[in-house]
Design a protein around this ligand. Structure first.
Ligand code: ADP
Ligand code: MG
Length: 237
């Protein structure tokens, strides 16, 4: 416990919540503590990621423990990996059981970038990672395609939900990325529609952001259960 506190202090990790799991000392704890498969460790090494960033140290164990999380860390501090890595570990392997995870990003560009990064991390493992594009929607077949992780903007996803183009009732993980921007862009209604459509009662939701304005935190609290809050540095810097 003392060791956890020291490690958090060293990396400027601030937490609140019940029974917060220990932060990672290194990436190899992903296999010793959580049975991570070798493809993922191999990909981290291949990408040149030697050590977890502060947000990764704390958010990854929180999500791997099956806890909901809201996380705030500066731009460029590796938040994508902090939610994609535990998602891949929890999903374990590809499946044809419909859409299993959803990542919402504020813009198409960020969604495309997140899809690229997720595919790099999943390399060597046959996950179905799909960016929700116009073409994919037009082809009509998103509900028939296997999809482990679906990445979209709230607007495009809500429009697909309205047109009954897909079924989100089996989604196990929902991430709101860059949530400060999502809310700033006035996408509350669209996000709400997605949250409602993801009707699986055991869903794990998480929220990642560069800043955590009070209103975002309040909104987050209305949809999360026993969440852990992780802040790197200061809340709104
Ligand atoms: P954020 O979402 O916090 O703004 P990103 O997830 O986009 O940050 O990551 C920023 C950059 O850092 C990316 O180029 C990413 O590949 C790289 N990166 C992520 N994790 C690590 C790590 N553990 N070590 C080194 N670089 C990393
Ligand atoms: Mg990001």
């Amino acid at each position: 416990i003392e060791k956890d506190a020291l490690l958090r202090k060293k990396h400027n990790i601030h937490i609140s919540g019940n029974n917060v799991p220990s932060p990672l000392e290194n990436f190899s704890e992903l296999s010793s503590r959580y049975g991570c498969e070798s493809y993922l460790l191999h990909n981290l090494a291949e990408l040149g990621f030697k050590e977890p960033t502060p947000i990764q140290r704390q958010a990854i164990p929180v999500l791997l423990s099956g806890r909901e999380c809201f996380a705030c860390a500066p731009t460029g501090s590796g938040k994508t990996l902090a939610f994609v890595c535990p998602m891949l570990m929890k999903l374990k392997h590809a499946s044809k059981d419909g859409i299993r995870a959803v990542i919402l990003c504020p813009t198409r560009e960020l969604a495309a970038q997140t899809a690229r990064e997720s595919k790099k991390l999943a390399k060597g493992k046959k996950f179905y990672i799909k960016l929700l594009t116009k073409e994919l929607l037009r082809s009509g077949g998103i509900s028939k395609l296997p999809c482990d992780i679906l990445i979209s903007t709230p607007l495009r996803l809500r429009s697909a939900i309205r047109k009954k183009k897909l079924d989100l009732s089996r989604v196990e993980y929902l991430v709101l990325d860059e949530s400060d921007k999502l809310f700033e862009l006035g996408l509350v209604k669209q996000i709400d529609a997605v949250v409602k459509a993801c009707s699986n009662p055991s869903i794990i939701r998480s929220l990642f952001s560069a800043t955590l304005p009070d209103f975002v935190e309040e909104l987050a609290r209305t949809i999360m259960h026993d969440a852990v809050r992780v802040i790197i540095g200061r809340k709104n810097s």
